[in-house]
Design a protein around this ligand. Structure first.
Ligand code: CP
Ligand code: NVA
Length: 307
């Protein structure tokens, strides 16, 4: 693995091996602390957008394993504005040992990877959020084991988080359903990619309008903000379209009795997810957020070739 840009770049067994490594590193961290496998390594973290989880979990992942991380804010770098992406990539390649980048346009993280001589990790783009997808899969396997045929339902906007959830579900042989309003469907290219994966793994993909149909038999109900970063000018319009897609107690009661409710966070409480569900017995939103740390340690360890 040279870079970590999309879950679809990995084979099913590579995805499962990364998850197994995350489980091992997590256990080790809680039992005796991780050994300094990232000693002498610094992760440069380029952020074009705000972040809580991605920023802190990558930083702590590096520190727990004896390495360090450097936060590079939007104003400092001016990626593609103050300086070309190709030049930024080549300069940073001589200073740090890996890069993590959160960008607006997916093309920009691909461009960084093209010009970097060090590993590049996609920390969210307008197309996908693969680090989130790995933490999500880790959380699902912690609850249900390595079973195939689980029903994973995403309710809401067919956004970057939904793309990575669809791809990891297809890789692991889970059935993936999206319920979204018209005009907020998943990226067509991402669907084609998922269909090709599903042909190999037997995963079933469904794209519905009705959230009530979509959650029947669901083992996982997942939602995310109705307005992603970069779409702020559409907020008022989206707030009118999405209320039927709110994940609330009624919707959750229509799923499998052991359903888990997931959200990548930040949540807009009582918009896409009600307080009673977010803080209720089906919710795994905080263990899910904590799993970012463990999944990312595994990704970094593979990229550094130390595990
Ligand atoms: N889920 C997630 O990526 O959160 P942040 O935007 O806070 O990093
Ligand atoms: N879909 C959201 C995810 C935030 C972690 C966004 O892109 O803003």
């Amino acid at each position: 693995m040279n870079h970590f840009l999309a879950i679809s770049d990995l084979s099913s067994s590579e995805v499962q091996n990364l998850l197994d490594l995350a489980v091992r590193l997590k256990k080790e961290y809680f039992e005796k602390g991780n050994p300094p496998i990232f000693k002498g390594k610094v992760l440069g973290m380029i952020f074009q957008k705000p972040s809580l989880r991605t920023r802190v979990s990558f930083d702590m992942a590096m520190r727990h394993c004896g390495g360090d991380a450097l936060y590079l804010s939007p104003n400092e770098i001016g990626l593609g504005k103050r300086e070309s992406i190709a030049d930024v990539a080549r300069v940073l390649s001589g200073y740090v040992q890996a890069l993590m980048a959160r960008v607006f346009e997916h093309e920009h993280v691909l461009e960084l990877a093209k010009w970097s001589s060090i590993p590049v990790v996609n920390g969210l783009s307008d197309y996908n959020h693969p680090c989130q997808g790995m933490a999500d899969a880790l959380t699902i396997q912690e609850k249900f084991g390595k079973k195939k045929g689980l029903n994973v339902t995403f309710v809401g906007d067919g956004n970057n988080v939904a793309v990575s959830l669809m791809h990891v579900s297809a890789k692991l042989g889970w059935n993936f359903t999206l319920a979204s309003p018209e005009g907020y469907d998943l990226n067509l290219k991402a669907i084609e990619v998922a269909k090709n994966i599903a042909k190999e793994t037997g995963s079933k993909l469904s794209f519905l309008r009705d959230p009530h149909d979509a959650v029947k038999g669901a083992h996982v109900i997942y939602t995310d903000t109705w307005t992603s970063m970069g779409q702020e000018e559409e907020t008022a319009k989206r707030e009118k379209v999405f209320p039927p897609y709110q994940v609330n107690a009624k919707l959750v009661s229509e799923a499998d009795k052991d359903v888990i409710v997931m959200h990548c966070l930040p949540a807009h409480r009582n918009h896409e997810l009600t307080d009673d569900v977010a803080d209720g017995p089906h919710s795994v939103i905080f263990p899910q957020a904590h799993n970012r740390l463990h999944a990312q340690k595994a990704i970094l360890a593979r990229l550094f070739g130390v595990a």
